[in-house]
Ligand binder design. Sequence first.
Ligand code: ATP
Ligand code: MG
Length: 375
Amino acid sequence: MKQENPFLITGYQSPEFFCDRKKEIELLKSYAQDSMHTALFSSRRLGKTALIYHLMYHLRKEKIKCMYFDLMPTTSIEDFAYHFAKSFFNQRASISQKYLHKINQMLKAFVPSLAVDPATGQLSFEFKLNKAEEIYNDIEVIFDIIKKSKEKYLIALDEFQQILNYPAQNFEGFLRTHIQFMKNASFIFSGSKKHLLLSIFGDYSKPLWQSCAFIELKPIDKIIYSDFIQNKFKIFGRTIENPALDFIYDSTRGITYFVQLFCNFLFKETNGKINLETSKKTLDKIVTERESYFINLLELLTQKQIDVLTAISIENGIDKPLGNKFISKHKLGAASTVKSVLDVLVNKEIINHDNGKYHVADVLLSVWLKGRKGY
Ligand SMILES: Nc1ncnc2c1ncn2[C@@H]1O[C@H](COP(=O)(O)OP(=O)(O)OP(=O)(O)O)[C@@H](O)[C@H]1O
Ligand SMILES: [Mg+2]
C-alpha cells in the first residue's frame, strides 16, 4: 500500500504536517482576538501562506470567521472587488436564491448570480461587473456587513504588495478609512516583497503608516525542524542519522519549501535507515531532475550574471560581493559591473539580499551551479 508522504510540498492540510511557528501563532491569535492588524513578510517560500492557513485552522475553533484572499491575480481595484466579493460571499453565507436576492439589492457595481459546478452540483455565487464607477460602494457593502456582525473576523490579504500595481492611487487611503472603524476584524497583509510592504506600512507619508504590527518570518529553528523531520520518519518506521539531518537543513539554508521538498523525496526514495550518503544522493537526484529548467534559465542570463551567480553559490552566500577578495578570487572584473549585475539579479529575485548576505534564491540552482564547477 502506498504510504502518505508526511512532508507536504503544496498547501496546508492539518497541524500534524505543520512544523513549529508556535510563537507566531500565539502572537497572531492574540492580534486576532484584539482586532489588531499585521504586516507579515519574509523572503520567498518560508511559509507565510501555510502559516496563515494554520492560524485559520486554530481561529475557526475559536469561532472567528476567517477569510483568505490571494491578491496575486489582481491588477486593479475592480479585480480586487470581484475576488473579494467572491471569496466573501462564497465562504460566508448560505448559498441560496434568497440570499442572492439580498446581495443583489446591496451591490451596485456587480450583478450576482448562482452558478452550479457541473461536476459536483455545488452552488456558488458568481459576479459580473456592471457599473465600474460603483466599485467602492460594493467593497464598502462587504466592510459594513463585517462591521455590523457580532462575530470576529480574520481577513488575510496575501501578496498584498500587488495593490501597488493598481492604476488607481487612492486604494491605501480607502482601506485605512475603513479598517480603522472595524472593531471586530483583524487584517493580515502578507507578502514576500519586504521593501514594497515597508513602503506601504513603514512610510509615514503613506495612509497605512503605523496601522499594523510587523512580523518577519525567519527560517524555522534547526533543532526544532530536525526533531520534526526525525519524528515523521520514525512514525513510518524509518531512522535518520544526525549528519543527514544537518545536511538537509544546511544545504537548504532552512528554507521551508526546500526542506519539505528534500524530505518529501527522501521519504519517496529511501527505506529503512537514512544517512548522509543517501541524503547527498537524493539531493543530486532532485537537482538533476531540474537540470533542463536550469539550462533554460541560464540561456536568459548574460555570462557575467552567470559568473556572479556561480561565485555566490560557491561561497554559500557572500556579505561583501564588491570586496576585492571575492572579486579577484572569482575573476569577476570591475566592481562597478558586479554591482550592476547584482542590482539586476536582486531585482529579478534570482538573488536574495537578506540579513546582510547575498544568496542565490533557489537553493537547488545554487547546488547545481556549484556542481558544474566541481564543488
Ligand atoms: N511550518 C511548516 N511546516 C511544514 N511545512 C510547511 C511549513 N510552512 C510551510 N510549509 C510548506 O512549505 C511550502 C512553502 O510554504 P508557503 O507556500 O506557505 O510559503 P510562502 O512564504 O507563502 O511562499 P511564497 O513567498 O512563494 O508565497 C508549502 O508547500 C508548505 O506546505
Ligand atoms: Mg505564499
